[in-house]
Ligand binder design. Structure first.
Ligand SMILES: [Zn+2]
Length: 670
């Protein structure tokens, strides 16, 4: 027998073992037996210099990739209409029945059958679209915008439950499924990982969109398949036939798949799924209900967004109930007065919750919480921030009243209602807002006044009457040295730090001013664009709204901010006292042929080997535009540790993500 023939047999044997192990969860041989055969194949491949396309050795993840190639799906990947509750689900079904009925009245000779429903789990991972040509996996891609996704073939090949070849060899098909990370695999990974992963969904999505397929391989992902989106010459009468086709072609199909003839059975199934949700070894965020008959599907058709024959039923986010004990009011930097709720301590998603947000007074009214003190309330965990109070458990208004303050709790100034928020307009004498304003002014990304803290701001306010940022630059050594806990050394250091801060550039200065709705990336962009403080201060809203990253609200915030005579006077004083607020001399030459040139990039989370500022500077030198928020215009998101909502949004929008810092450094050519 020649070497090629031996290899073919070995590959077929190993793939069969893989299939039983990873797809059917029913191993045929021990790991040791498998390893012996696998090693034999590796040796033969090395010897012959030839590797079969479906060899299991192709699953370890190959070389680093430069980027993702776009893939145009052969048939669009639809998103699903959503039902948040049973009522909405019933109205979806009412429409299905009505359309079937209308059709049958018009076509009495060839009526549609009564609808039957398939109930499937809605996996919380990353949607995959696999393309097979004549039985061979040719491409794998993300959903993208539903029409064009990004090719992630090398990454998907590392998922051992994805077949590299299939028995169906008569043309091209595309199948859809969800790439996931099993919770047990995540837990096991985290016992060994230097950087534990927090969430299985992000772990799977991040791994699949990682440019290093070896990283994908390390996460040992899994995938379930549930749809044939395109098939040359393939036709099914119903969902059952399609699922049989998937199974026969060795795709992993989730064992939970129920068919219901009666819609009441559907709702019963949903309750059952929700109950058993926490015992599953993967994340789901709901269930999908589909009409099974393909003729009915054709008659129902599509809206411009969704198929009418399917609907996603979303489960409630994790929540619990507790007692609302009290509400306190805090004054922020902009004078906004926000309610903070104290609740009876309760466990929610693994943490003890005592504080909850109530957002604003409008929110309290809207949620009917005005008379809820001492009442039981629903609270919901939300990403990264403290939990939110959703509403009362009972409708009766028998609780204590949450009294909205009329005067500022800090300074007694009458409050003003703007939109849904209360504001204290006492900019010049309200202690908490002044202290947080000055603390922000001095912070690292702003004027970077070393050793300055919120405590310093408080002490200077109380003892030396420092009421705005300009007052800082009038402080004298004699004044400072008298203060409690201030020696000569500390006084000198602070004066030196203040002196140093006068040279901070325009971008830092604009950020230091604390313009509402305007973050660091925006002030940087303003500085780069206008290159002059007066020009920024005099810019018109229409002019600002033309700039990247600036919408109408931000443009208006900037204009209103500089229209305030207090702000204008403060800026004038700062400049008179020596604050320069200058733009850097000239823009550095920018590379136009790097991986990043022309791309809009968002940095989020914390990096280990370089600061975000260093990364941003380098990205700009390589021709990227660094932006502060993720939108459809974003080309790339660089996610460090503890990347939160921006990463989630990027994944939701199908934007390319780089999570591997070494990979980033390589691409930055550093
Ligand atoms: Zn106040």
């Amino acid at each position: 027998m020649d070497a090629m023939h031996v290899m073919e047999e070995l590959v077929a044997e190993l793939n069969n073992y893989n299939y039983h192990y990873y797809t059917l969860d029913a191993p045929l041989v021990s790991d040791k037996e498998y390893d012996v055969l696998y090693d034999k194949l590796v040796a033969l491949e090395a010897e012959s210099g030839f590797v079969l396309p479906d060899s299991p050795t192709q699953r370890v993840g190959g070389e680093l990739l430069k980027g993702f190639t776009p893939h145009r799906h052969l048939a669009p990947l639809w998103s699903l209409d959503k039902a948040q509750n049973i009522e909405q689900l019933r109205s979806w079904n009412t429409r299905v029945l009505r359309l079937v009925n209308e059709y049958n009245l018009k076509n009495p000779g060839n009526p549609l059958p009564d609808p039957c429903y398939a109930v499937e789990l809605k996996f919380d991972g990353l949607t995959l679209n696999l393309t097979y040509r004549n039985g061979v996996l040719e491409q794998a891609s993300t959903r993208g915008n539903g029409v064009i996704g990004e090719g992630i073939l090398a990454q998907v090949k590392t998922i051992k439950s994805v077949p590299l070849t299939i028995p169906f060899k008569e043309g091209v098909i595309e199948v859809q499924g969800e790439g996931i990370m099993n919770l047990s695999v995540l837990a096991d990974y985290n016992t060994r990982a230097a950087e534990p992963l927090k969430n299985a969904r992000n772990a799977a999505a991040g791994a699949l969109r990682n440019l290093n397929p070896k990283t994908t391989a390390e996460r040992r992902l899994n995938a379930y398949f549930y749809n044939v989106g395109f098939g040359e010459g393939v036709e099914f009468a119903d969902h059952q036939e399609m699922m049989d086709f998937l199974r026969n072609n060795k795709f992993k199909v989730n064992p939970y798949l129920t068919y219901c003839n009666d819609f009441d059975d559907v709702t019963e199934q949903l309750a059952g799924i929700e109950e058993s949700r926490s015992s599953l070894d993967y994340l789901i965020d709901g269930a999908v209900i589909k009409v099974t008959d393909f003729r009915i599907r054709e008659v129902l058709g599509y809206t411009d967004k969704f198929p009418r024959w399917a609907v996603a039923y979303k489960f409630e986010a994790e929540e619990t109930t507790t007692v609302l004990e009290s509400v306190s009011w805090n004054v922020g930097r902009t004078g906004k007065v926000t309610p903070l709720a104290r609740v009876e301590a309760v466990e929610l998603a693994g943490v003890t919750v005592q504080n909850c947000t109530l957002n604003n007074v409008g929110d309290i009214e809207r949620k009917n919480l005005k008379f809820a003190l001492g009442s039981r309330v629903f609270i919901r965990r939300s990403n990264d921030v403290i939990p939110e109070i959703l509403g009362k458990v009972t409708e009766e208004n028998d609780g204590g009243e949450i009294i909205f303050p009329e005067d500022c709790p800090a300074c007694g100034f009458p409050l003003e209602m703007r939109g849904a928020h209360l504001f204290c307009n006492n900019k010049l004498n309200c202690r908490p807002q002044i202290i947080s304003r000055i603390t922000h002014f001095a912070s690292r990304d702003a004027m970077d006044i070393e050793t300055f803290s919120e405590k310093t701001a408080g002490q200077l306010y109380d003892e030396l009457n420092v009421h705005d940022s300009a007052d800082l630059y009038e402080l004298s050594f004699e004044q400072l040295v008298q203060l409690n806990r201030f020696g000569e050394k500390k006084a000198q250091n602070l004066l030196q730090a203040l002196e140093d801060s006068k040279g901070r550039d325009l971008a830092s200065f604009l950020f230091a001013l604390g313009i509402p709705n305007t973050g660091k990336a925006t002030t940087k962009m303003l500085a780069d664009h206008f290159r002059d403080l007066d020009a920024v201060m005099q810019a018109k809203a229409e002019e600002l709204a033309e700039l990247p990253d600036i919408g109408g609200i931000v443009a208006e915030s900037i204009v209103n901010f500089f229209a305030d005579p207090i702000v204008v006077a403060n800026v004038a004083r700062l400049r008179a006292l020596g604050v320069e607020a200058k733009a850097p001399e000239a823009a550095r030459p920018v590379s136009t042929d790097s991986f990043f040139s022309g791309k809009t990039v968002v940095l989020t989370g914390s990096l280990q080997k370089l600061t975000r500022d260093e990364a941003a500077e380098r990205l700009e030198a390589l021709g990227a535009k660094v932006s502060g928020s993720v939108s459809k215009k974003t080309d790339l998101v660089i996610a460090g540790e503890k990347a939160g909502s921006k990463l989630a949004k990027a994944q939701q929008l199908g934007i390319q993500v780089i999570e591997d810092e070494d990979e980033l450094i390589r691409l930055l050519e550093m």
